[in-house]
Design a protein around this ligand. Structure first.
Ligand code: PHB
Length: 398
């Protein structure tokens, strides 16, 4: 045997040994991955203007998963949490805490559209499964859509696309629009403008203030001077209750009809008090939906968390339902991406809001209800838009 042949033999043998070792290592890793816990990351606001929304979403997610014995596709769960403070400037950094540091298998988040843009970048770069339980920013399921990103809530223009027609039908043809000036407010305006002008309404003025500012006084004075038939708005969280109360305190209630994207009256009716009575809104959920599914959900949520559920709790719950359907389809092995995505794309979510399906760009196709606030409840008046889908404009998966 020449030296070179023997060297080659040695090399081949060691390569085989390394091969065997690494394949058995691979098998052990695989077995570990199967039996180890699924790492679920929650990136939500637990402080700041949207803190109660983050809590409601987490409650909803946990409730859905607890109904399945606390497991996903047969595997236990390890939870990781980051408070994103609804601060867009920390969006990427916070998403990376979950993806790079904690190595989560799925990232659930968030509420604020600006923060969501940070998550979207991290999700697209890393390929991590990303479930959006609220933020409606259009790009997430339009130009920046991705196979690993699914939204279980709405797109920002979905609720307001159903609002304009309802206002004109009530004879309110001259309106002022007011909102926080950031993606959620601006895109809600897009939906409102389209539906209101198409129905024959005129928008006499667009007013705005920076998020999360709640100094409404000067703007309400301007509205009083403009004397429109109606005001339509996007605000959310406790600030929504403040807007409703300030609107009444400024003497506008009863003179100018108040409408909103339905978030205005979600989770805040107790805080807003009688000032909220008569406020009409459009949204993909209503407390008073008379279905066994909604009644059972509301009862269990109230019993478990000692508070009333709102649309955010429903969206969290549906995020849990979607994740369960996906995880069950791959028996807990979330690395089987094509199968996982296919199951989630085809999912029919039996939600307290009513059954909904996933559009091609991964946004809910859902009914939008017309509601009126009455004695602490969002009462459903009817369906303002049936099976409404977002346009998904510019979405190319792949
Ligand atoms: C958003 O920023 O996308 C957002 C926040 C709160 C809502 C709805 C949308 O209630």
């Amino acid at each position: 045997m020449t030296t070179s042949t023997s060297r080659r033999l040695v090399l081949t043998r060691s390569a085989a040994l390394v091969g065997a070792a690494s394949s058995s290592l691979l098998l052990t890793e695989l077995a570990q991955a199967q039996s180890s816990k699924i790492r679920v990351g929650l990136m939500l606001p637990y402080s700041g203007a949207f803190a109660p929304l983050g809590v409601a979403i987490e409650n909803g997610v946990r409730m859905a998963i607890n109904e399945q014995g606390g497991k996903l596709g047969g595997r236990e769960i390890e939870w990781f949490k980051v408070d994103d403070e609804s601060d867009p400037s920390k969006g990427i950094e916070n998403a990376n805490k979950l993806v790079q540091r904690d190595k989560v298998d799925v990232l659930i988040g968030t509420v604020h559209s600006g923060v969501q843009m940070g998550i979207q970048k991290v999700a697209r770069d890393s390929g991590v499964l990303s479930l959006i339980p609220n933020a409606g920013v259009h790009a997430a399921t339009r130009s920046l859509c991705a196979p690993n990103v699914f939204r279980t809530s709405f797109s920002n223009s979905q609720p307001t696309l159903a609002l304009g027609q309802a206002m004109v039908a009530k004879g309110h043809k001259k309106a002022v629009w007011i909102t926080w000036k950031y993606a959620a407010g601006d895109e809600a305006f897009e939906g409102f403008k389209e539906s209101y002008t198409k129905a024959g309404g005129t928008i006499v003025k667009e007013l705005g203030l920076p998020f999360p500012n709640v100094e409404f006084q000067a703007l309400l004075t301007e509205i009083a001077a403009l004397k429109p038939d109606a005001v339509a708005c996007f605000f959310a969280g406790p600030s929504g209750a403040k807007f409703i109360k300030d609107f009444a305190a400024a003497g506008l209630k009863g003179k100018i009809a108040l409408y909103g994207s339905g978030f205005l009256t979600e989770g805040v009716l107790e805080a807003a008090g009688p000032a909220a009575d008569g406020v009409m809104t459009t949204l993909h959920y209503s407390d008073s939906l008379e279905t066994p599914r909604n009644k059972a959900f509301r009862l269990e949520y109230a019993k478990t968390f000692k508070m009333q559920p709102d649309v955010y709790a429903v969206q969290g719950y549906d995020t849990g339902l979607l994740l369960i359907q996906g995880a069950n389809a791959v028996k807990g092995d979330l690395s089987k991406k094509p199968e996982l995505y296919k199951a989630m794309e085809g999912a029919v979510i039996d939600s307290p809001r009513g059954k909904w399906t996933m559009s091609k760009s991964h946004n809910p196709v859902q009914d939008i209800y017309l509601r009126v606030a009455e004695k602490g409840e969002n009462k459903v008046i009817g369906v303002a838009s049936k099976a409404l889908a977002d346009s998904g404009a510019g979405c190319r998966m792949g």
